[in-house]
Design a protein around this ligand. Structure first.
Ligand code: ZN
Length: 256
């Protein structure tokens, strides 16, 4: 019997050229922003998802500062270098996006993408300063694989604070930034976006359950097993595909 329903499924395609891979990441990033907009994860100008450039590994693609997530097309994305300068694109970069994401991409060579926004259930949960508990199959994706960054000091504009967030994140897939919101990372844009979406919903589910009573925990051995089944890189990538198919069919202008 297979250990996971996600084994042997289609994963990232092979790319013939770096240009193809770059375009693939940009389209996945634009689609992720459209989905974040659809789910109401936007709040004013807050929030950013980044994708490492496949050629210039210390550069990343990110949303233009101040553009509505629901309007972002692949061609709107900006490329930012390791000094926070926009080297491609017509728009400015959010200083917090650079301060946080540049340090995560630098500290984690395995991370292709990182997602952060001020979504309502993530930020509500973040106020408690607690890890998510293994209360559902879905939440087990984060079992022993996320941290609380317990050190709120205002809007993150100093790369030194980004460095401390990256240090707290260590080799995990997600961080709960206390009094702020969620941050997730992945080996693909798809994976980082999926972990964000499902983590937000796990925060919602735990808040609902704790408001109603005392939730029953999945025991540690079973939570650990479930994490290997639903928390792998391919599980995160594959879980995103139905959402990608839906948003690209409904909003094909994101490819522009
Ligand atoms: Zn933020």
């Amino acid at each position: 019997m297979a250990d996971s329903v996600f084994e042997d499924l289609p994963y990232l395609p092979e790319f013939g050229t770096v240009e193809e891979e770059r375009q693939h990441r940009k389209v996945r990033l634009a689609a992720s922003f459209r989905l974040f907009g659809r789910f109401g994860f936007d709040e004013g100008v807050a929030g950013h998802i980044t994708a490492r450039d496949p050629e210039h590994l210390d550069h990343f693609w990110v949303n233009p500062f101040g553009m509505n997530f629901s309007h972002i097309r692949a061609s709107d994305l900006i490329l930012v270098n390791d000094r926070g300068e926009v080297v491609e694109g017509e728009y400015g970069v959010n200083g917090a996006a650079f301060a946080i994401h540049s340090q995560i991409h630098a500290a984690r060579p395995d991370v292709i993408a990182a997602a952060h926004s001020h979504s309502i259930y993530g930020k509500s949960w973040s106020m408690l300063g607690r890890l998510l508990d293994p209360l559902t199959q879905d939440a087990c994706a984060f079992y022993e694989d996320h941290v609380v960054f317990d050190d709120y000091t205002g809007v993150v504009l100093d790369p030194e604070e980004g460095k401390r967030i990256a240090h707290a994140l260590a080799d995990k897939k997600a961080a709960i930034l206390r009094n702020h919101g969620l941050l997730t990372v992945g080996h693909s844009v798809d994976e980082a976006a999926w972990w964000f979406i499902t983590m937000e919903r796990s925060c919602q589910a735990q808040l609902l359950a704790e408001a109603a009573g005392t939730p029953v925990h999945i025991d540690a051995d079973m939570a650990r097993l479930t994490a290997t089944q639903v928390g792998s890189h391919i599980a995160g990538y594959f879980s995103f595909q139905p959402l990608y198919d839906k948003i690209t069919r409904e909003q094909p202008d994101l490819f522009e």
